[in-house]
Write a new protein. Sequence first.
Length: 300
Amino acid sequence: MLKSMMLALATLTALSGAALSSPAWSAEKTVQFTVDGQKVVGTLALPDGVASPPVVLLLHGFTGSRDEMAIPAVKEGIFHRAARMWAARGFASLRIDFRGNGDSEGAFADMTLQGQVKDALAALDFLAADGEVDRDRIALVGWSMGGAVGAIVAGRTSHTLTSVSLWAPGTNMPAAVALLLGPDVLRQGLASGGKPVTAKLPWGAEVSLKTAFFESLYAIDPVAEIARYKGPLLVAVGTKDTVVFPQPVSGQVLLDYHDGPEELWVQPMDHAFNAYEGTEMVDALIAKTGDFIAAGLKQR
């Protein structure tokens, strides 16, 4: 799951020179829409010189935000980097802050899995109504808990997705949160009667979450939800991932329940795609995902 988690738990050949030398985007702007009366903020990146481009929705992980964690060597967020590189390939993108995160409204303590699903579904509606991108060519990318949300959204959205790419996606959410916060916190959260429970994250930061969050982990199963999505599915996992594990079986289970074109991409990477070692694996993942998105567009 998770942007900030990498600060403690984490310990590509770059895109082609032609792609990197191309103008990345002609416009990157802040956009917003509302969900249940609260503002959701995102960044829409548009490629240079492409009319009505295809677009990618990016969903961040637990405690993350729309640019995602910064790669130490280049001081650039992984989602920001992906948006820039994909713009060079002619793809627009929208990366959002889930409510309670980043610049979006709401309190983090009120976060639930269902709430993030609503935010992502609303983001797809926003893109379908936006006149600057092609509403019929929308792809989705989610990382960690955002990957779990992405699997659920793929099964529920009324919009046709040209592809779905899930990076180190959560598949057993109660187990993942118990590992992250501790089983005692999970039990306390379920029994707190709606009062916030404070937990310390492995890197020292603290978060407060209410009963609804802990209950939501059991209310939706990403593996069951992906069965309703029939389009192209890429699941990218790392054999060094200590957050969503064991791998690759944790990723394979999504493919086992998915009926359609699919690929499991397994690499010797951690949950942050070896970002603390440099950009090589991150860039390889971005390039691989870009290729998968492009292939999905050709099937339209």
